[in-house]
Each structure stands twice: as structure tokens, then as C-alpha cells.
Write a protein that binds this ligand. Structure first.
Ligand SMILES: NC(=O)c1ccc[n+]([C@@H]2O[C@H](COP(=O)([O-])OP(=O)(O)OC[C@H]3O[C@@H](n4cnc5c(N)ncnc54)[C@H](O)[C@@H]3O)[C@@H](O)[C@H]2O)c1
Length: 265
């Protein structure tokens, strides 16, 4: 196994499940010391244990990304445990989908506190350590909702557009100081968040099949396919890329709409 991240200190938020979990596991396999910064104690601890069982290195630190003090304590804990962070993956996120005028103020705040404030708090807490080293890499997880609109998903896309904007703004401000900040926009990826989304539909299985058919690739992405892109963007193979947004979506956002004759070939 290629060890691109040997002894690098990597923080992955929301790594108790889905994309974050696979990303943490992949970093650990490639030699990194990984902080599992997760809200859910049981899943966070389990991911830590599974990584350590394979003789790789992980430490779970309970973290709520929507609370700056919690994020700051986690980063200080990471420094004590493994040393100053080299890489941060701002992955934690939640789906808040509502009809704009029916949405409560609390839902609006909940969406932004996790999906946008959480990304900023991660950057704000690690940047001083990265600046001290003169090197660092941050990858923020946006979504295809970060640049396209799917009806009835408000305000999730507003927050995810913000993640791309935040990435670009910080990337410019810190590039000359040796820090690269980029972003990934996954499309449909097979994770619990997606299961929860389909379970809100009258016929979840049919809704999933229809969504798969709309994908040019005719399937959902895997967490490994997203994690592989995250690892590439975090690595030194990617040092000329600043403020970029890599779209990993099986081609869905290349299309404007379906033609009538969808089964042509
Ligand atoms: N799965 C998809 O199809 C898809 C598509 C595009 C973008 N994304 C984005 O990818 C990221 C990961 O999503 P996923 O599909 O793996 O979801 P998931 O629900 O499987 O995992 C998200 C993790 O974040 C944690 N989390 C939630 N709130 C938190 C908080 N306040 N502090 C710390 N951790 C918290 C959850 O406990 C969970 O472990 C999210 O930002 C999501 O918006 C997912």
C-alpha cells in the first residue's frame, strides 16, 4: 500500500459514518494519524476501534462542529494526541430540506450552523497551527447542491453554495502562506444520509431506482470513490490546485434534462 500520508496528522469531521468514515479509514491505511471528530459517541468510538484494530492510528474526539469551542477543544486535543494538524477534512453535514415559507427559523439556523458555520469553525481552529508550520491542506465537502438547484431542498443548497464561496475566499487569502484549501462536490453517494433521504419518499425503492437511472453512469457513487478524491486533493500530488471544486457525481450535473426517449441506447 502506498503511504502518501505517513505520520501526517489528519482531522476528519463527521467521520462516524458514510463518506467521513471511509475517508478516515483510507487516510489511516496510508499511514496518517487520524482524529475522528464526530458528534455521535458510539459511531465515533467504533470507527476509532476498527482503525486501531488494524494497527493503524486513530483517536475519537467528541465534537460538535456547530460550536466553535467544541471544535477548538478538538483541535487542541488533536495537537496533544498526535501533534499539529497537517490536513483537515470538513466533512460533517446534515440535510435540511424544507419549503422556504414553511421552514422555521430554527431549521434555517440548524442547517447553517452545521453545514456552513461548521466548515468555517474547522478552518478557523486549524489555520493558526498550519500557518505556524507554513504548510497545510484543507478539503471542504460541499455537494452538487453547491452549484445546482434541486427543487424543495431549501436551505441546504444555500449553505452548500456558501461552502464553495468560503473555500475560494480562504484559498486566496492563505495560498501564499503554504496552505491549500479546496472543495469537493459529491453527487449521490451511497451513505446513511442518502438512505434517510429516500425513506422520506412514498416508495423509497422506486425513488432510488429512478435516481440511479437519471445518473449517466446509472448508479450511485461509493464512499471510496469520494474518499479517493479527498485523499488526492489533500496530497502533495495536488499542490498547484487552489480554491478548486472537484465534482464527483457520475455525470449527473452535466445534463440539463432527460430527453423523451431515455432508453435509446
Ligand atoms: N451522501 C451523499 O449523497 C452526499 C452528496 C453530496 C454531499 N454530501 C455531503 O457529504 C458529507 C458527508 O455526508 P454522508 O453522506 O457521509 O452523511 P452521513 O450522515 O453518513 O455522515 C455524516 C456524519 O456527520 C456527523 N455529524 C452531523 N452533525 C454533526 C455535528 N454537528 N458535528 C460533528 N459531526 C456531525 C453525523 O453524526 C455523521 O456521522 C456531508 O457534508 C454531506 O452534505 C453527501
Amino acid at each position: 500500500m502506498n503511504k502518501r500520508f505517513l505520520d501526517k496528522v489528519v482531522i476528519v469531521t463527521g467521520s462516524g459514518s458514510g463518506i467521513g468514515q471511509t475517508t478516515a479509514e483510507r487516510f489511516a491505511e496510508e499511514g496518517a494519524k487520524v482524529i475522528i471528530a464526530e458528534l455521535d459517541k458510539s459511531t465515533g468510538k467504533l470507527v476509532e476501534e476498527n482503525i486501531n484494530k488494524k494497527n493503524n492510528q486513530a483517536k475519537f474526539i467528541e465534537t460538535d462542529v456547530s460550536d466553535f469551542n467544541s471544535v477548538n477543544d478538538m483541535v487542541n486535543g488533536a495537537v496533544k494526541q498526535f501533534g499539529s494538524p497537517d490536513i483537515l477534512i470538513n466533512n460533517a453535514g446534515i440535510n435540511v430540506f424544507s419549503e422556504p415559507l414553511k421552514m422555521s427559523d430554527d431549521e434555517w439556523k440548524r442547517a447553517f450552523s452545521v453545514d456552513l458555520d461548521g466548515v468555517w469553525y474547522g478552518c478557523k481552529a486549524v489555520l493558526p497551527f498550519m500557518l505556524e508550520k507554513g504548510k497545510g491542506s484543507i478539503v471542504n465537502i460541499s455537494s452538487v447542491h453547491g452549484f445546482q438547484i434541486i427543487p424543495n431542498c431549501f436551505p441546504y443548497p444555500v449553505a452548500k453554495h456558501g461552502v464553495i464561496g468560503l473555500t475560494r475566499a480562504l484559498a486566496v487569502d492563505y495560498a501564499a502562506k503554504g496552505i491549500k484549501i479546496n472543495c469537493i462536490s459529491p453527487g449521490y453517494t451511497d451513505t446513511p444520509i442518502l438512505e434517510r433521504f429516500f425513506s422520506t419518499k412514498p416508495d423509497p425503492e422506486a425513488a432510488r431506482k429512478e435516481a440511479e437511472f437519471r445518473q449517466p453512469i446509472r448508479r450511485m457513487g461509493t464512499t471510496t470513490e469520494i474518499a479517493n478524491t479527498i485523499l488526492f486533493m489533500s496530497s502533495d500530488e495536488c499542490n498547484y490546485m487552489i480554491g478548486a471544486n472537484i465534482i464527483v457525481d457520475g455525470g449527473i450535473t452535466l445534463k440539463i434534462h432527460e430527453n423523451e426517449d431515455t432508453g435509446a441506447n
